[in-house]
Each structure stands twice: as C-alpha cells, then as structure tokens.
Ligand binder design. Structure first.
Ligand SMILES: *Cc1c(COP(=O)(O)O)cnc(C)c1O
Length: 419
C-alpha cells in the first residue's frame, strides 16, 4: 500500500481520520495498479463512471487522435465536428421528442442546466413558475442548486441557509406507491415548474430501487398537469440498470434528461442536458433577453466529445448489451448466495447494480461502519465504498468472473470480520 503526503484536499474525505491514500499509477479493465504493481478491483467503477473498463483502447485512441487536431474551442457561437457528431448521435438514440442537446462538464452542472431550462421555459412563455418537486432521498450533485433539490442531511447542513425550498414527494417504498403518486398529484396541482427524479434507482440515497410502473405513473401525472419532468440519468444512464437508459424500461420519455458519468465511458468529464423542442423554442427569439444564459469554459470540449463518440461506437459495434446482461445475471447469483447471511438485509439488484444492507447492532456502530468497511476492502484488494451500512457492487461491464467472485468473497469476509 502506498501512502502519500500531499497538499491535496480530497473530496468527501475526512483527513482527520488519517486513512492512507493509495497512489494509483495506472488502470486497465476493472483493475487499478500502484507503482509496485499491487492491484485493486474497481468494484464501483471509480464512482460510477467507468462503464466498458479503464483505458478502453478505442476511447484512448480517440482521445489521442482528437488531441492532435483541436484541443479546446469557445462554444458560444462556434462549433466543431466531435460535438456535432455526438449531438446527432444522442438525438438518434434517444426518443424522438428530445430534440436539443446542451453541453456542460459534470453531472451537477447538467442538473443545474436542467433546472435553469425549466424555469427559463416558464419565464419566457410568460407564465413564471419556480417551485421544484423532488423525490425523498434523492441526490443530484453537490453544487448549491443540486444540493437544494437533494436530500438534506449531514452532507449539506452547513450550507442549509443557501438552499432553496422544494416540495418533497415521499419515496415509493414497497406497498406505499399509491401514497407517492397521490402526493405527486396534489403537488402538481400547485403548478410547480418541474419534477426531478432519478429513474428506477436512487444512487447516493442508498441504492433504493422502485418499480418501472411507478416511474411511468409519475411521468404521466406530470404530463397531465403540464409539469416538466426531468430525468437525472447521470448515474443510471449507459446501461447500469440493464437498459441503456433507465427510462427505457418504463417507456418513459422525459421533457429533460441529464447524462454524464458513462457518457465518455468514464474517461473524461463531459455532460449533456437534452430537452424537448418547446423548451428550446421558448428561448428562440430575436430578443437577446431570452437567450439561455449558461456556459462553462470547457463546454463541449472537443477531446471529451471525441471520447464520448468512441463510447457510442463501442455501444454500436461491441456486444455491450450482452456484457450487461451477463453481469446482471452474475450479480444476481452472488447476491442470492449472500442473501441468506443473517447479517444481510434487503438484498436487491437492478441490472448490473447489486446492493445489500448490513444489519448493525446499534446506530453508534453504524457511524463507524462505512469507514471500517472501506479500509477492510482496500486492504483486501477491492475498491468498494459503502453508503452507511449499504454495500453495493457496481463494476465496469468488462469485469472478469473471477474478479467479481473475489469482490463478493471479500464482502462475505467483511460480514464475519470482528468489528
Ligand atoms: C453523480 C451524480 C450527480 C452529480 O454528478 P457529478 O459529475 O459528480 O457532478 C448527479 N446526479 C446523480 C443521480 C448522480 O449519481
């Protein structure tokens, strides 16, 4: 294990706990290596981004080739081939009503853009609306706006005074789905601007799964009330839930979709917000006051777009869906073997994502459980990062069966390890 003294302030890291920070030198497939060739299996796809595996040759080649042609370009009033190709392909693979593509550079930003599009729409058509409906336990990012539409808690307590008010719809727990739908129906009657959801599974909220019919029903309630429906597919997109997009499984066509993470196969930061024509049309004018005022310096960076185009080629040319199907089956088999362990509760799976809760004796134990588990997994050659007492496995689709077995063996061992 390599430790590293450095001036870096790491994200979501309590430096006061003094945990060692592995120094990774290279990665390939589902494995990370340090300079001494110690390796770790990346069982969470480097925080949900790596889909086809690290350093996929096709994506690396596209990055190399693009870097020799055009590195960066202002995107206000100018354009380039990799962005044009990518936008056209995204429009081709998503449902017909989604006609416009807005580029940005992270999942959080794509959500900020979605919220701004929604309010911009209502403002520009002369019926200003500003309330946003959100689902309980949601996570949409760590900027002020995305924290506002996410679950409130220890992660954002210090900034609570800056967060705007939203209306929260209860999570559709099993047996309580109708209560969720009724609450949404009542909230929609108040004429909010939009409802934002993570389709089918709430990631950071604890890998909470809900059925496709509920997603479909929520969508049609919004449609009936003319409330814009925003699907945050930042985590669920690109095959994680078993289909390319989670909304596909529910036959849902959102008004706005946010994509990032696996958009470049997990190689470079890039995000898009897709929307339906009326939202674009509401901003289309000879009046400069109706311009959509949003940009990041690296909007539609050409090298990142080239990486995303390579990702889409991989989806076209390689048996990606078969890999996803096989991984889903394997995850289910491993999960069912562990499901009988008395320390395991709520084993659950959606597509390639498998999760379980560890039964803990008391909540004080819980507070230290995740860091202890993270260290245990790290010491046993596996990168896993439980959410509280929820352990989940979300590997790249290229993970080998023996690597996946090792991940689950280490999880099993962690259940028996002394506290
Ligand atoms: C990760 C995530 C985001 C934020 O994406 P970043 O690229 O980390 O800003 C937003 N929404 C969901 C559902 C996510 O999982």
């Amino acid at each position: 294990m390599t430790s590293h003294q450095s001036p870096i302030w790491h994200p979501f890291t309590q430096h006061g706990l003094g945990d060692p920070t592995p120094l990774i030198a290279r990665a390939e497939g589902a494995r990370l290596y340090d300079a001494q060739d110690n390796s770790w299996i990346d069982a969470i796809s480097s925080w949900w981004v790596t889909t086809h595996g690290h350093a996929h040759p096709r994506i690396m080649a596209a990055i190399r080739a693009q870097s020799e042609k055009l590195d960066q370009l202002i995107f206000a009033g100018w354009t380039h081939e990799p962005a044009e190709m990518l936008a056209a392909e995204l429009i081709r693979i998503t449902p017909d009503p989604l006609t416009r593509v807005f580029f940005s550079d992270s999942g959080s930003t794509s959500v900020e853009v979605a919220l701004k599009m929604a309010l911009g729409y209502w403002y520009n058509i002369g019926e200003p609306r500003s309330r946003i409906l959100v689902l309980e336990h949601s996570y949409h990012g760590d900027t002020i706006g995305t924290m506002s539409v996410g679950e409130r808690g220890v992660y954002n307590r210090a900034w609570q005074p800056l967060l705007f008010d939203v209306d929260t719809i209860p999570f559709p727990h099993e047996g309580l789905e109708q209560a969720t739908l009724d609450a949404l129906e009542a909230a929609c009657a108040q004429k909010p601007a939009a409802f934002i959801v993570e389709p089918l599974i709430l990631g950071a909220g604890g890998m909470l799964i809900y059925p496709a019919w509920v997603l479909a029903e929520m969508r049609s309630i919004c449609a009936r009330h003319g409330v814009l429906f925003i699907a945050d597919e930042v985590m669920t997109g690109w095959g994680r839930t078993g289909t390319r997009f989670a909304c596909d499984q529910a036959g849902v066509i959102p008004d706005i979709v946010c994509l990032s993470k696996g958009l470049t196969g997990g190689s470079l930061p890039l995000a898009v917000t897709l929307c339906i024509e009326p939202i674009f049309a509401a901003h289309w004018s000879t009046d400069r006051a109706k311009t959509f005022y949003h940009s990041s310096s690296y909007t539609a960076n050409p090298i990142a777009c080239a990486a995303a185009n390579a990702n889409l080629e991989i989806w076209r040319d390689e048996p990606v869906q078969q890999r996803i199907d096989a991984l889903a089956v394997a995850q289910g088999a491993h999960l069912s073997m562990l499901g009988h362990n008395p320390r395991v509760a709520n084993p659950r799976r959606l597509g390639t994502i498998a999760a379980l809760d560890i039964v803990v004796p008391d909540s004080g134990y819980l507070s230290n459980l995740a860091p202890r588990l993270i260290a245990f997994y790290r010491d046993h050659g596996v990168l896993l990062r439980p959410l509280g007492n929820t352990v989940y496995v979300m590997p790249p689709y290229c993970i080998e069966p023996d690597e996946l077995a090792q991940v689950w063996n280490v999880i099993a061992a962690s259940l028996d390890a002394p506290g």
